[in-house]
Design a protein around this ligand. Sequence first.
Ligand code: NAD
Length: 273
Amino acid sequence: MSTANPSLSGKVAIVTGAASGIGEQIARTLAEAGARVVIADMNLTGAQRVADDIGGRGGKGGQAMAVAMDVTDERAVDDGFGNIEAAFGPVDIVINNAGVQIVSPIDQFSLGDWKKILAIHLDGAFLVTRAALRQMYRKDADGQARGGTVIFMGSVHSHEASPLKSAYVTAKHGLLGLSRTLAKEGAAHGVRSHVVCPGFVRTALVEKQIPEQARSLGISEEEVVKNVMLRGTVDGEFTTTEDVAETVRFLAAFPSAALTGQVITVSHGWNMH
Ligand code: NAD
């Protein structure tokens, strides 16, 4: 099967948490590949800014719409997918990217913060995926399911652990199970599933952690970057949002189930699984 043409023309893609950081870049990259892109985020102002920019000159004139969606809210997710279908048609590509980080030692981790992390990363990915599958599994006149690709934003922390990140590491490991189960269940319906696992990417989520980790570990911010975040990489470099978005674009455009249930790590060699 040829993979020479990566065009996503005619496809509808939803990216959660796309008002900033990695999700924003993924939305821009999928739009440049020809997809109509839904910017879904609980921050509607930010989502609208990204959608307007993609639709305007900043995004080279792609088609994009913003949707207010808290991925932990079942009703908001299901209603959001209804609105997306009415505007753009049923979805073909889902990027489960919305996420937050809270760092604390386990003995001081509050149950509320624990539940918040698991709710956004795991409940959110489940709810968004379930709503998408109801559109992807639908059969056309020939009895053929529409199919699609679902990608989960994992992390090097889907494979490794770091101190202070118990809930996040637990959630990111959990996504591997959801994705692999979907790869098996979805195959009969033409649905493929993957996890993309970035190393440290310098987004708002990471900027926030640098002073927090410096305080918790009793070291300087420079030491957090050099000795904690980038120590395990082969070259001491941050992964970029573009690196992650290009990987997502490749997986979203791949035309067969030769690639499904895969976990791809984009981390400057920090993790090689
Ligand atoms: P970011 O903080 O820049 O963006 C996260 C976005 O998610 C924000 O726009 C936020 O409004 C949105 N969001 C948060 N909770 C939400 C909810 N309940 N419903 C809908 N939207 C919500 O973060 P980022 O660094 O771009 O992270 C994106 C994803 O990449 C996350 O899943 C994160 O765990 C993962 N990741 C990040 C890194 C990194 O180093 N930055 C590394 C590996 C994995």
